[in-house]
Every structure is written in structure tokens, then in C-alpha cells.
Design a protein around this ligand. Structure first.
Ligand code: FE
Length: 190
């Protein structure tokens, strides 16, 4: 794969269709500047600010853009909220569509055929592989991403986080909790 990418990049550069420096800048941006911390800020704000939470439910694209997170692979967003009885899980069964603007680049497993097929056939089994065991009574809803629509899971605000401000809440929001293969972290009591 790496050799094919290199060959393709060489040909496109020779034909003058791409500028390698521009490609490097894009890759560098998504590797170092855009990452799951953006999404964590969205979730922390939704937990702290009911009005923002409503907006996020109604029009995730606009609510997320208001925090400055826009761009490629984040043009049309939908936020799916976990509740006491429903857990949401995101997959792209066709390829690897992922909300880059809020989560950065997808983890390798997200693009793997086993995850993509098993997430829809046996979501509970997939969650078990991530050491996530939900009560049998919890409904698992699977969302299949497309190039037009990307999903962000808003995990449940963890118990014991009542007194925390947005800045501290951000640290409880893991990448996997925003894909649905994990939960938000429980704050450590001091
Ligand atoms: Fe895809």
C-alpha cells in the first residue's frame, strides 16, 4: 500500500497535478493539529451547556462549527446521544468515513474489515472486544457513516463529574467514547 501511494504521488507530482508540500501540510494538520480533543470539547460543552446540547442535537454541523471545528470530512455532522437505555456505535461498513474535523484520523481498527462487518452483525460482540460490557437491557444502535454524513457519539456524562467545569470534563472524553466503542472516563476522586 505504501509503495502504491508513493508511486501515485510521484506520478501526480510529475504531471503537475499536486504539490507535495501541500499534501504534507494536510497530513501534518490531521496528524498533529486536528484530533479527538476537538470532539472532546464539543462533548464537554454539551454536558455543561443545555442550550448548546439542544443545538448539537438539532444541527450538529452548525453547533460544531461554532467552536471552530470545520473542514474536510466534517461537512455534515450528526450527533447521537447515548441515554440510560440506548448506546450508540459508529461504523462505516463501506469504507472508512469518519468525522475528521472532530476526531482526527481514524484508528486502524476502524478501517479494518472485521470491525466494519461485525459492528452491524454483532455489535455487542464488538463492544466486548473493547472490554465494554453493557447491560442486556441496553439497546445498541449502530450508525453507518457515509461520505455525506458523519456521526459523533455524545457519551453519557459520568457519575461523579457534577462539580467539574468544561476544562476538566474534556479530559474524561476519550476518542473511543465518541465512536461508541468506549465510555467516558469516571473522574478520579481526590
Ligand atoms: Fe466510508
Amino acid at each position: 500500500m505504501a509503495a502504491r501511494v508513493r508511486a501515485l504521488e510521484t506520478i501526480l507530482t510529475q504531471k503537475g497535478l499536486i504539490d507535495p508540500l501541500a499534501i504534507d501540510a494536510i497530513v501534518e494538520t490531521y496528524e498533529t493539529k486536528v484530533g479527538p480533543r476537538n470532539g472532546a470539547k464539543v462533548v464537554a460543552k454539551a454536558w455543561s451547556d443545555p442550550e448548546f446540547s439542544e443545538w448539537l442535537k438539532r444541527d450538529a454541523t452548525a453547533a460544531i462549527a461554532s467552536l471552530g471545528f470545520t473542514g474536510r470530512q466534517g461537512e455534515h455532522m450528526q450527533a447521537v446521544f447515548n441515554t440510560a437505555d440506548t448506546h450508540n456505535l459508529v461504523v462505516c461498513t463501506l469504507c472508512s468515513c469518519y468525522p475528521w474535523s472532530v476526531l482526527g484520523l481514524p484508528p486502524v481498527w476502524y478501517k479494518s474489515p472485521p470491525y466494519r462487518s461485525k459492528a452491524v452483525i454483532d455489535p455487542r460482540g464488538v463492544l466486548a472486544e473493547f472490554d465494554l460490557f453493557l447491560p442486556e437491557s441496553t439497546k445498541i444502535r449502530v450508525w453507518d457513516s457515509t461520505s455525506e454524513l458523519r456521526y459523533l457519539v455524545v457519551p453519557l456524562r459520568p457519575e461523579g463529574s457534577d462539580g467539574l467545569g468544561e476544562e476538566q470534563l474534556v479530559n474524561l472524553v476519550t476518542r473511543n467514547s465518541m465512536i461508541g466503542t468506549g465510555l467516558a472516563l469516571t473522574p478520579v476522586r481526590k
